[in-house]
Design a protein around this ligand. Structure first.
Ligand SMILES: NC(=O)c1ccc[n+]([C@@H]2O[C@H](COP(=O)([O-])OP(=O)(O)OC[C@H]3O[C@@H](n4cnc5c(N)ncnc54)[C@H](O)[C@@H]3O)[C@@H](O)[C@H]2O)c1
Length: 326
């Protein structure tokens, strides 16, 4: 039915910071319209509905019951993703759910099972891989054009003030989730890993603001993750967000620093165009490929489950101070 529908109606559950990027994205996709939103605080709901030029629903139940809405974006905090994803699926709506998708592997498995039972897509908000340079890297790896893969790096160094970080879990869950699905998409799952974390710049909150991970991949290649809210990287060719894959016959690079606008982002000190761009590409893929043509997302709920297993392995490694086999 959605294949031929002129305009696909979208509803947002949650209207915080990330909703701003999703609203801009929906606006840019032809054949889609943001119908309305629900947010826990009504004051924020009214303000955002005016900004986004859409309706504000009094309850999440009334939003999912509206026949004008075909798909629901779950944009609330991590702890409530399962509740709202289930609510939308039970009302017959497709779902895009922000990352980290769930608090535990069991939560994401529950979403996957309900998505299969209802025959409705649930797409994880794994935005970073919906970039042409990431897709080209995967093609090169798959075709063997980079030779034997020797190493991969996913680096993230973006300062976050304490009041922003306080709304999120530490960087292990909040940021290494991105790193995990990126690595899964490009190279597959690691065999074993070890992780470390530290808290360096917060005054009150206790979660980590930096974490690093070393991994051994299935083919013996080594991989490294860094996620830091502690400091920006200001040096030449900075590792703001940088993804590298190196092989015996070639290598690739993706960097947030390829496109920089001199105006503050929502949280970032400058606007990294690729951030909004990746959300735009993800939303376009969801509407044009997944909803209209039935194409599975580039990163599925099964990938979200594996990413969550990697996060839990990192947490175990940190807690026990040892290498963990996946
Ligand atoms: N993909 C990305 O790059 C990216 C970037 C930032 C945030 N996120 C994710 O998006 C989600 C929202 O993050 P944000 O930055 O917009 O946060 P935010 O704090 O700005 O907004 C979260 C919204 O959820 C609401 N909320 C909180 N707890 C709730 C509950 N129990 N029930 C209903 N509503 C509740 C709040 O009222 C708020 O409006 C998180 O899962 C976060 O990890 C993804």
């Amino acid at each position: 039915m959605l294949a031929t529908k002129d305009t696909i109606g979208i509803g947002f559950i949650g209207a915080g910071d990330i909703a701003i990027l999703h609203a801009r994205a929906v606006k840019r996709v032809a054949g889609a319209r943001l119908v309305g939103l629900w947010n826990r605080s009504q004051e924020r709901a009214t303000q955002r509905a005016a900004e986004f030029d859409c309706k504000s629903y009094p309850t999440p139940e009334s939003l999912v019951a509206d026949p004008a809405i075909d798909a629901v974006f779950v944009l609330t905090n991590l702890e409530s993703h399962l509740e709202y994803t289930k609510l939308a699926l039970k009302a017959g709506k497709a779902v895009l759910v922000e990352k980290p998708v769930g608090v535990s592997v069991a939560e994401i498995e529950e979403m996957r099972d309900l998505s299969v039972a209802k025959n409705l897509p649930v797409m994880p908000g794994h935005n970073y891989i919906y970039e042409s340079s990431m897709m080209r890297t995967r093609e090169l790896v798959e075709a063997g054009d980079l030779g034997k893969i020797t190493s991969a790096y996913v680096m993230y160094n973006i300062h976050h003030p304490e009041e922003v970080a306080a709304r999120y879990p530490g960087v292990v869950r909040q940021i290494l989730t991105h790193h995990s699905y990126i690595l899964l998409y490009l190279l597959g799952r690691p065999k074993k890993l070890c992780a470390m974390k530290a808290t360096l710049h917060y005054e009150k909150i206790t979660q980590e603001d930096i974490a690093m991970v070393q991994m051994e991949m299935q083919n013996g290649a080594l991989a490294h993750f860094c996620a830091s809210f502690a400091a920006d990287d200001h040096a030449a060719d900075p590792w703001t967000v940088m993804v590298k894959v190196i092989g015996t016959a070639g290598s690739t690079r993706y960097s947030y620093r390829d496109h920089v606008e001199i105006k503050p982002g929502l949280v970032h000190s400058q606007t990294y165009t690729a951030y909004q761009g990746s959300v735009m590409n993800e939303v376009k893929f969801f509407i044009e490929e997944t909803l209209r043509k039935g194409v599975p997302p580039l990163s599925t709920l099964d990938d979200a489950i594996t990413a969550q297993k990697m996060i839990e392995a990192c947490e175990q490694s940190i807690a026990e101070g040892r290498v963990v086999t996946m």
